[in-house]
Design a protein around this ligand. Sequence first.
Ligand code: FMN
Length: 303
Amino acid sequence: MDLRTDIGKILLKNPVMVASGTFGYGVEFEGFFDLGLLGGISVKGLHLNKRQGNAPQRIMETPCGMLNAIGLQGIGIEAFSREKMPVLRKYDVPIIVNFWGTSTEEYEKAVEKLNDVEGIAGLEVNVSCPNIKEGGMTFGTDPKVLSQLIRSIRKKTALPLMVKLSPNVTSVGEMGHIVESEGVDSISLINTFAAMMIDVETRKPVLSNGVGGLSGPGIRPIAVKMVWEVAQRVKIPVIGMGGIMNARDALEFMIAGASAVQIGTANFVNPRISLEVIEGIKDYCLNHEIEDVKSLIGSLKMP
Ligand SMILES: Cc1cc2nc3c(=O)[nH]c(=O)nc-3n(C[C@H](O)[C@H](O)[C@H](O)COP(=O)(O)O)c2cc1C
């Protein structure tokens, strides 16, 4: 049975990756299993510089997932390159660096620095962050801003480029089409949904930031639909995520059109979940006499 798949120029030994912000810089999970068994690792979103993130409370459980406003805390590109990359390079697993900025210039500078870091398989652009120059509106929610940003980044790097789409838009398919036209190699989706919880006793938001991002199994059917929509619109590979808790969930995304999946919130419940998902996909293929996992991609039978 062939579990290999590819996301543009990056070959994965299986379709299961871990999602940015839910698996640290990878090295924190070394004690749980051999990281080389994963299809890929997307590391916590990096900024040019070290970032503090928001004050607590910045995470809260919801009935079917979690709400977070970590505020993109991170060690910065230089520390990542110096402290984490030497460890990650020991493993036979593609390292995808998720990164962000508050202006186009910051994104460009980040890319220039990342170009020089040895061992990076590809970049994942997080566009779900506030554009300070445009009054705090997120880059990923305005078609013009998004296409200009991706054009600038594309010019700066020859590394495989993945753009991670925000679900907080009217037409995610349109956003997918826009980034494909700017020459990116693949598209990942979805990032978290803008959301809020209120403590009725204090009448204050539960999170110190006021609003946060919703993730976990509660968002999965919307994520599957969005992945399906984008996969219809683009020719480049799509990487699906949003609430994957087991192999069947992952298979839904592949059948909807994803070439690979990322597991996020589930890592907080079970740090070895991705291995269980890989095994579950293998079992499904065996039971359904599927020799090549790629044959599942976009195999949805619409009524
Ligand atoms: C605590 C936390 C931190 C996250 N940090 C990032 C990040 O730094 N960059 C990014 O692109 N997405 C980040 N995400 C979004 C996830 O990678 C993923 O897109 C989202 O949570 C949906 O998948 P899930 O439901 O499986 O968690 C974060 C999510 C969580 C829960």
